[in-house]
Design a protein around this ligand. Structure first.
Ligand code: NAP
Length: 202
């Protein structure tokens, strides 16, 4: 299959992209990295990316930002970062991208454990993750041409432990192999409307 991976050069995206490249043709996208450039916070940029790439069999988004800060410090503009990038960026990828994915193809979005088990400073990040979970369940009911949509929600991944461990007290890091398999399940499986949770709460 021909797969378009937004964020395919990131911490998670690179591992997923390398794994899927064994059996599929990969196009990686990022703001400054990858084969094609896109800023998902800008719907015109998303449209331009699909026009340049053409039809694909699956779109994976492993990108999207939200501002982390204490609740009493987050401004409306701070919330807009997460709304424009991680939430509407991924919604717009599906809204615009539905015309560029071949029949029977799929979308795979990315959220994270904050949707279900937030830590401090994540009122914005947790909120947009939860919004995407609801979006995926609803969009699965209406996508045409057999298009599927799922979201991978993992805990803190092993490769990001050094950077983020202090923000996630007591959380068990998720091995990269398990994270990769969440994306494989979404792309190569047949499920739709699924929130693929990869947590280790024990
Ligand atoms: N790290 C974790 O433990 C973890 C766990 C669960 C969920 N997540 C979520 O998974 C996603 C990826 O995390 P990560 O740790 O792999 O992040 P990362 O290392 O910062 O990589 C992010 C990737 O996305 C691209 N990107 C960022 N903003 C973009 C935008 N507006 N438009 C297009 N591309 C953009 C970046 O490329 P450019 O710089 O070239 O744009 C980069 O390739 C994030 O949404 C994160 O919240 C992460």
């Amino acid at each position: 299959m021909k797969l378009l991976i937004i964020g395919g050069n990131g911490t998670i995206g690179k591992k997923v992209s390398d794994h899927l490249s064994r059996n599929h043709e990969i196009i990686n996208a990022g703001r400054t990295s990858g084969d094609v450039n896109v800023d998902i916070a800008d719907s015109k940029s998303i449209k331009a990316m699909f026009e340049s790439v053409g039809m694909v069999d699956a779109v994976l988004c492993i990108a999207g930002e939200a501002k982390w800060a204490p609740f009493d410090a987050l401004t409306e503009d701070d919330y807009d970062i997460g709304l424009k990038s991680k939430l509407m960026g991924q919604v717009n990828l599906v809204r615009i991208g539905q015309d560029y994915v071949n029949a029977g193809g799929s979308f795979t979005l990315t959220t994270g454990i904050l949707a279900d088990d937030p830590v401090v400073m994540t009122t914005s990040a947790a909120m947009v993750n939860g919004g995407i979970h609801s979006f995926v369940k609803a969009a699965a009911l209406e996508l045409k041409n057999g298009l599927r949509i799922n979201v991978v929600s993992s805990g803190l991944v092993e490769d990001a432990v050094e950077k983020y461990e202090s923000y996630f007290p007591g959380h068990n890091p998720i091995p990269m192999k398990k994270v990769i398999n969440g994306y494989v399940k979404s792309v190569e499986g047949k499920g739709t409307g699924e929130i693929i949770r990869i947590y280790d709460n024990c």
